[in-house]
Design a protein around this ligand. Sequence first.
Ligand SMILES: [Zn+2]
Length: 134
Amino acid sequence: MVIFIRPVRVEYKVIHTLDYVLKADSTQGFGFSLKNGKPVFDHPSSEANYQWCLAHPDEVECMGESRDVYSLKLSAVGICECGQEIELTDDSCGCSLCPYCGRWHSPLGQEVAPPETWKDGFVMFWYEVPAETF
Ligand SMILES: [Zn+2]
């Protein structure tokens, strides 16, 4: 049984951009990342595009600031029976393989037989997490 260090979690990242669209084709334009309300440029061409937008108000329209939220699911992390820290992914039939010792684990950290030995091959299973854990 894996000893959990960190449960599965979802992290959210909010990206603010300043958007411009081309007046000739509103399906195209530019988006510039904002930090503390000011554009930040990770590439010289990005800054050149921003300067171009400022210099050509007849060709682009500033749409103001937009906000996108991205989410990323992070796998649970635990200590395998072999003593190594591992991620509990669900990449292989809902289970994960310890890269150090070759043991297979369910998402709940229980050691399971290797998927290739399962009688019916791929097996989908569901488990319930008590609501009070949220
Ligand atoms: Zn292991």
